[in-house]
Design a protein around this ligand. Structure first.
Ligand code: UDX
Ligand code: UDX
Length: 474
């Protein structure tokens, strides 16, 4: 018996469903890979207009870093998971199409800076209409303003060719860094549809996909508008918790209260819960700000100004927190940063990802450069993106892979991302290599502040008393 496994060509297999995903990004790629991994009976094809991205998905170096992703992609790729740029063929051959193209904040015209830019999404809907030769279920995966499905339905029925489309909303709640875990064991899967006979049938087909590995009680169904809105609201609530705790961190710094203690005391109330109460330099990521601004814009459009103002403040507090952090650095370092070397430990918007979209570190790095500081950035996964984000910035900027090398000779360290490796660096050695007085600004409260203080650092956490050697402050 031969030990080599023969890969059966996909043409030889009769797959139960042909599923397409348009948009091979952070959401589309991992989500489809998980379905392919769990359901070998379905053929999953992921298409994208960007050939480089597709090439990367077909290579050893996937376009995104996500723990556990490599394994499931390698397992299913070529068996029932395919990445391609042939969007037209993909549309023709599929029964179900997930749409996962990006919906960034609009940068022009009406609603600029607030509303979602739906141009890619509408272009995709038209492309589906042009290429489809049979009826299909279209699944909104992208986060969209509530009632977008109606526009999609209108486009899809605009040429009267009697092909039937059902539009379903199935928002993605995965978080970066834990995407595979979230996909494998989600808190819930939400599937929304029109409450019509065909709408409910289509909803049932999508539910059936998830039933292959998600417990029945975690799959919830709703009307399509509730589903669309729930995604925006889930992100708004999560972001609101961070802004709430961050607003209190400012008060803690004035009153000698300690934000970690407050957060623990508050979070132990089961009605409040202990998750998402870590004070920080502010939230980043591609979703929170975009989705809240979108919610704000929608509320204004419906004349709900008070509601809009309420949610807009979540974003304002986040901006305030980033500014506050820069001012803390400036004030602590004798109101001048010109020519001083500051090492940023981390650049990703959170740990375990190379993603830097809306990372607070971008704002902070730019402000430090404006102050004419020498900025040295280190990050285990995000250095390439950091270089792109800061391209064209004036000033002294270097990107250094090794954290010890990056901190050597610096005046200050600023922790931007809660990477585990930063918790246990040899801070004694680092201290010895730095210019004195040496400062640490812990923007994530991940370090042992007492220990650092005893080593000799002047320590500035978030929402806690500073520990300095300048004055008696204890
Ligand atoms: C997703 C969702 O789609 C977005 O609405 C949500 O708020 C965040 O997550 P994400 O997967 O993170 O977006 O976006 P991105 O990584 O930018 O991927 C989108 C992909 O769609 C890109 O690879 C882009 O090339 C592709 N695309 C875009 C198309 O294939 N066709 C288009 O017309 C536009
Ligand atoms: C978020 C949502 O969690 C996810 O459900 C949705 O699908 C997409 O948006 P993501 O952006 O990947 O996911 O990251 P998340 O873990 O939510 O963190 C967002 C930001 O908040 C990060 O910058 C993180 O550092 C920050 N954060 C999070 C805090 O500052 N404090 C916390 O307690 C938690």
């Amino acid at each position: 018996m031969s030990l080599t496994k023969k890969k059966i060509s996909s043409d030889e297999i009769n797959f139960e469903k042909n599923i397409l995903c348009i948009g091979a990004g952070y959401v589309g790629g991992p989500t489809m890979a998980m379905i392919a991994h769990k359901c070998p009976k379905y053929k999953m094809t992921v298409v994208d207009i960007n050939p480089d991205r597709i090439h990367a998905w077909n290579s050893e170096n996937l376009p995104i870093y996500e723990p556990g992703l490599d394994g499931i992609v390698t397992d299913a790729r070529g068996r029932n998971l395919f990445f391609s740029t042939d969007i037209e063929k993909g549309i023709k051959e599929s029964d179900i199409i997930f749409v996962s193209v990006n919906t960034p904040t609009k940068t022009f015209g009406e609603g600029a800076g607030m509303a979602s830019d739906l141009q890619y999404w509408e272009k995709t809907a038209r492309q589906i209409l042009d290429c489809a030769e049979s009826s299909k279920i279209i699944v909104e995966k992208s986060t969209l303003p509530v009632r977008t499905a109606r526009a999609m339905e209108r486009i899809l029925t605009s040429n009267g060719n009697h092909i039937h489309f059902d539009v379903i909303s199935n928002p993605e709640f995965l978080a970066e860094g834990t995407a595979i875990r979230d996909l494998e064991n989600p808190d819930r899967v939400l599937v929304g549809s029109r409450e019509t006979e065909t709408g409910r049938r289509a909803r049932g087909e999508i539910v059936e996909i998830y039933r292959n590995w998600v417990q029945e009680e975690k799959i919830i169904t709703s009307n399509i508008w509730s589903s669309e809105l729930s995604k925006l609201v889930a992100n708004a609530f999560l972001a609101q918790r961070i802004s709430s705790i961050n607003s209190i961190s400012a008060l803690c710094e004035k009153t000698e209260a300690d934000i970690s203690e407050v957060s623990k005391a508050v979070g132990l109330d089961r009605r409040i819960g202990d998750k998402f109460l870590n004070s920080s330099i502010g939230f980043g990521g591609s979703c929170f700000k975009k989705d809240i601004l979108n919610l704000v814009y929608l509320c204004r459009q419906y004349g709900l100004n008070e509601v809009a103002n309420y949610w807009e403040n979540v974003v304002k507090i986040n901006e305030y927190q980033k500014q506050r952090f820069v001012l803390t650095i400036l004030n602590a370092m004798f109101n001048t940063l010109a020519g001083k070397k500051i090492c940023m430990l981390g650049f990703a918007f959170k740990a375990d990802t190379g993603d830097t979209r809306e990372s607070p570190a971008i704002f902070i790095a730019k402000k430090l450069l404006d102050e004419k500081a020498y900025v040295i950035i280190t990050d285990p996964k995000a250095l390439k993106n950091a270089g792109v984000d800061l391209e064209g910035q004036k000033g002294h900027l270097s990107l250094v892979e090794d954290p010890c090398e990056a901190t050597a000779g610096c005046d200050a360290i600023a922790v931007m991302t809660e990477w585990d490796i930063y918790r246990n660096l040899d801070y004694e050695k680092i201290y010895d290599s730095m210019r004195k007085p040496a400062f640490i600004f812990d923007g994530r409260n991940i370090l042992d502040h007492e220990k650092l203080y005893h080593i000799g650092f002047n320590v500035y956490p978030i929402g806690k008393s500073k520990l300095t050697h300048f004055t008696k402050n204890k």
